[in-house]
Design a binder for this molecule. Structure first.
Ligand code: PRP
Length: 180
C-alpha cells in the first residue's frame, strides 16, 4: 500500500506558484539598494529554495540557517535554538528574504525575522511555499505565499516524516496509517 494518501499539490502547480513568487520578488526588489540575499531555512526549504533561486532574475546571493524547536512554545517566537546562523560582516547592506517550505505555528519565522533584524539586516521579508493558517499560535503574515493548505500531514518537495519523503517532486498527504 502506498504511504501517500493523495497528491495535494502537483509538480506543475508548484512550478507555476514558484514562477509567480519569483516574479513578485523581481518586481519588489528590482531597484533595491544593497545586496539581496535568499536565506534557506534548513532542511525542509532546500528544494523550494533551489527552484526559487533559479527563477528569480534580480541578482541574489544565498545563505542558510537552521533552527531547532522544542516544547510547545506558545509565546512569541516559541522555544527555538539557532543551530546555524547568517554570519556575514556586510549584513547591514543586505535585504534578506527568508525562504520557508511551510509556516505552521508561526514560531520559526517570528523568531528568525526578529533575530535577523536584531543582527542589523537592512530589511527582512519572508516567503513560504505552504501556509497552514489554521495552526497559527502567533500572528504572522508572510510576504509571499505559494498555497494556503488545510491541516493535513503533508510531505514531499523538502518536507519529511521521520526524514523520509523529502525527495518527492510533489506535495502529498501522508496516509495516517504511517504515523498512527
Ligand atoms: C518545519 C518547517 C519550518 C517550521 C515551521 O521545520 O520547515 O521551518 O517547521 O513550523 P512553525 O511555523 O510551527 O515554526 P522542521 O522543524 O520540521 O525541520 P526541517 O525543516 O529540518 O524538516
Amino acid at each position: 500500500m502506498s504511504d501517500i494518501a493523495r497528491i495535494l499539490i502537483s509538480e506543475e502547480e508548484i512550478e507555476r506558484a514558484t514562477e509567480r513568487i519569483a516574479a513578485e520578488i523581481d518586481r519588489d526588489y528590482k531597484d533595491a539598494d544593497g545586496r539581496i540575499v535568499l536565506v534557506c531555512v534548513l532542511k525542509g526549504s532546500i528544494v523550494f529554495m533551489g527552484d526559487l533561486m533559479k527563477k528569480v532574475t534580480v541578482p541574489v546571493e544565498i545563505e542558510c540557517v537552521r533552527v531547532s524547536s522544542y516544547g510547545s512554545g506558545t509565546t512569541s517566537g516559541g522555544n527555538i535554538d539557532l543551530i546555524l546562523d547568517v554570519d556575514r560582516p556586510d549584513i547591514r547592506d543586505c535585504h534578506l528574504i527568508v525562504v520557508e517550505d511551510i509556516i505552521d505555528s508561526g514560531n520559526t519565522l517570528t523568531f528568525l525575522v526578529k533575530h535577523l533584524l536584531n543582527k542589523g539586516a537592512k530589511s527582512v521579508r519572508t516567503v513560504t511555499l505552504l501556509d497552514k493558517p489554521s495552526r497559527r499560535k502567533v500572528e504572522f503574515k508572510t510576504d509571499y505565499v505559494g498555497f494556503e493548505i488545510p491541516d493535513e500531514f503533508v510531505i514531499g518537495y523538502g518536507l519529511d516524516y521521520d526524514e523520509k519523503y523529502r525527495a518527492l517532486p510533489y506535495i502529498g498527504v501522508l496516509d495516517p496509517s504511517v504515523y498512527s
